[in-house]
Design a protein around this ligand. Structure first.
Ligand code: APR
Length: 234
């Protein structure tokens, strides 16, 4: 077996073929909304209804889509690979989990969770949420916010992620433009750790393409299943 520990970072490109919009491509989410209006703590303080609507719309859209071939291939890898597979995602959709993956590290939070600012509990949430929605835990309203990591907030699971980056022998980046840190810096962290291979599977060149030991360009739905089969054949 060539590898013992594979760390896989995914971005919006992993879910694009399932029908979820990316952020910076044509028709991306940031073409329609300004980050500072819908994805910062200040935005939520300024206009909570607008922010709740932005995430409620995306949460409802998630009801209508399915995991794709790439999600399923990563779940298959996690199940069949004899070593360790650490799945880190910037995505807030749960399509990897729906495809059967486990222990997915959602470093930017999850669309299908809301968090109470009063009792600090987090709740699985599949439908729209507004300022009038009462916390299922403590009953307070307004009290719920999307359990999403906004710009300026601390990403989740960083200690676990950096430990994995320091001990993996293969780092794979799938469907991310490499614009947003700290995720965009993971490939550098792996390069500095010295010995791991670094593979990028992306539709096109990203900000970090030059940092990888190998790049394959094309749709994740084609590249990822092919790569997983290669790895499992050893
Ligand atoms: N297959 C593979 N890659 C794809 C596909 C596809 N079908 N479609 C698009 N891509 C690639 C694009 O080429 C681009 O490099 O996915 C990347 C999407 O980039 P972004 O839209 O910037 O999304 P992402 O990198 O995940 O953004 C990171 O920014 O706004 C924040 O929190 C948000 O988590 C997000 C973070």
């Amino acid at each position: 077996m060539k590898y013992k520990h594979i760390v896989i970072l995914s971005g919006a490109g992993l879910s694009a073929e399932s029908g979820l919009r990316t952020f910076r491509d044509n028709n991306g989410l940031w073409e329609e909304h300004r980050v500072e209006d819908v994805a910062t703590p200040e935005a939520f303080h300024q206009d909570p209804d607008l922010v709740q609507r932005f995430y409620s719309e995306r949460r409802v859209q998630l009801e209508a889509v399915e995991p794709g071939a790439a999600h399923r291939a990563l779940a298959k890898l996690q199940l069949a690979f004899e070593g360790t597979v650490t799945l880190v995602t910037q995505n807030v959709d749960d399509l990897l989990t729906q495809a059967g993956a486990t222990d997915v590290l959602h470093m930017h939070g999850e669309l299908r969770k809301v968090r109470c600012l009063k009792c600090h509990t987090s709740h699985r949430w599949l439908k729209a949420c507004s300022q009038e929605t009462a916390c299922p835990g403590c009953g307070a309203a307004p009290a719920l916010r999307p359990d999403i990591v906004w710009f300026g907030e601390m990403p989740k699971h960083l200690e676990t992620i950096y430990t994995a980056l320091g001990s993996c022998d293969l780092f794979v980046s799938i469907g991310t433009s490499g614009h947003v840190y700290p995720a965009a810096g993971f490939v550098q962290t792996v390069a500095e750790a010295g010995y791991a291979e670094r593979l990028e599977l992306n539709l096109e060149q990203s900000q970090g393409s030059h940092m990888f030991t190998e790049n394959r360009f094309g749709p994740a739905g084609e590249l990822v299943p092919h790569w997983v089969d290669e790895v499992l054949k050893g």
